[in-house]
Design a protein around this ligand. Structure first.
Ligand code: ADP
Ligand code: ASP
Ligand code: MG
Length: 423
């Protein structure tokens, strides 16, 4: 008998019909003799709709209340799913994040899981029930308040439960057949990846591939949880995310391609501090000011200086843009710069592959492909297994398609996107 954690994303439980379809799948897994713990997201675009509602009453909603509001989404789907399973003659019990023992830090909207005490989930399993847990939410012991883990956080709930319960596998059910070489909504000839290392998946998730929540991949890697990303709309085998140090879960030998996948995101902005005096300490001063805003900086570029002045550019999530600009504006005299520019019409495209370590000429090939397509590169950053570039936002999708072809990732089959609005 195996213990299986199954996570169903919003598009898999978008309406009553879908909930019944998912319930049937869960019942079949249970009847096959497995213990089943289910993590569920809010129905369809509920979380976005709740955010819109909040924005309708105030421009900057109180973070504590926003978490109270958003966690209602998962509460609806968990109860409906438990009802549907019970309606099929099988016992099921639903639990909120706090009932399931998801203990987190206190930051509303981006809490981190610090402990998992799933006593009630275990008891439910011991009684022969299917346990249904609301994804994306937790509880902070210090404040006594409900928290959320950040958008897409139900994946992380599932992985944390799988680790705490020592599950045999954590299945992430979504609206595509697995992890593809890039988002199949943008490139329909994207190829399904049968297995991917957690290291590459980390880079893809960190670069915007929302098919898995970044922290879920990190958590799975740290706790040795095997992930299987697959569709709730088909019976196809999906993608196995594994740690090569521990070996492939099915013992397969996997050759490392030079390029495994391409990720992209539009939610970043570029800040340029122009005409900064080119003397030691200025970069420290600028980035200390930015650090105090808690914004997450990604790429940084400093230009060659002319007349003892230089330009420093960096990217931040556009949601943090305003506070970063305000902080820098108020320190203008202290820093002694000439200009401040803010540009949110940029996008980031990242090419990822573990085989890049031993290959030469990958950057040249990337730059050539973009040049041939007339796409200008504004910033570049690299890691051992990733090259990222910043382009104009309106050419991002073209850049992804061109690179997908240039690196030989196109296939003849059309990828299926079963549901969801991609919102
Ligand atoms: P869920 O609601 O199931 O959590 P998400 O919308 O969060 O689903 O994630 C699934 C979506 O991720 C897909 O529909 C697809 O558009 C997008 N996606 C982005 N990059 C990739 C990729 N490399 N492979 C597969 N899907 C991707
Ligand atoms: N419902 C939350 C969201 O839309 C969490 C999740 O789906 O993983 O972000
Ligand atoms: Mg998701």
């Amino acid at each position: 008998m195996a213990l299986i954690v199954q996570k169903f994303g919003g598009s898999s439980v978008a309406d009553a019909q879908s909930i019944k379809r998912v319930a049937k799948r869960i019942v079949e897994t249970r009847r096959a003799g497995n213990d089943v713990v289910v993590v569920v997201s809010a129905m369809g675009d509920t979380t976005d709709e709740l955010l819109d509602l909040a924005a309708g009453v105030t421009p900057i909603p109180a973070p504590r209340e926003l978490d109270m509001l958003l966690t209602a989404g998962e509460r609806i789907s968990m109860a409906l799913l438990a009802m549907a399973i019970k309606g099929m003659g099988m016992d099921a019990l639903s639990f909120t994040g706090s009932q399931a023992g998801m203990i987190t830090t206190a930051e509303h909207g981006s809490a981190k899981i610090v402990d998992v005490t799933p006593r009630r989930v275990r008891e439910a399993l011991d009684q022969g029930s299917v346990a249904i847990v609301a994804g994306f939410q937790g509880f902070n012991r210090g404040t006594g308040d409900i928290t959320t883990l950040g958008r897409g956080g139900s994946d992380t709930t599932a992985v944390a439960l799988a680790a705490a319960l020592d599950a045999d596998v954590c299945e992430i059910y979504t609206d595509v057949d697995g992890v593809y070489t890039t988002d199949p909504r943008v490139v329909s000839c994207a190829r399904k990846i049968h297995s991917i290392t957690s290291e590459e998946m980390l880079e893809l998730a960190a670069s915007g591939a929302k098919v898995l929540h970044l922290r879920a991949v990190e958590y799975a890697r740290r706790h040795g949880v095997a992930l299987h990303v697959r569709s709730s709309f088909s019976n196809e085998e999906g993608t196995i995310v594994y740690d090569p140090k521990k070996g492939h879960p099915k013992g397969e030998k996997v050759e490392e391609p030079i390029i495994t996948g391409i990720a992209f995101e539009k939610s970043e902005a570029k800040v340029t501090v122009g005409g900064v005096p080119d003397v030691p300490g200025k970069a420290a001063q600028i980035f200390e000011i930015v650090a105090k805003t808690n914004a997450n900086i990604d790429m940084i570029v400093q230009n060659v200086s002319a007349d003892h002045r230089t330009d420093i550019s960096f990217t931040v999530p556009s949601g943090d843009g305003r506070k970063v600009v305000e902080a820098l504006e108020s320190a203008r005299e202290d820093i002694g710069y000439d200009r401040l520019q803010y540009d949110d019409q940029i996008a980031k495209v990242a090419v990822v592959g573990a085989g890049m370590r031993d290959a030469s000429g990958v950057s040249a090939q990337l730059f050539r492909a973009l040049f041939d397509a007339g796409i200008n590169i504004e910033m570049i950053s690299t890691s051992e297994i990733r090259i990222s570039v910043v382009t104009r936002a309106d050419v991002m999708e073209d850049a992804v398609r061109v690179l997908h072809t240039a690196f030989g990732l196109d296939t003849d089959d059309e990828a299926v996107v079963y549901a969801g609005t991609g919102r």
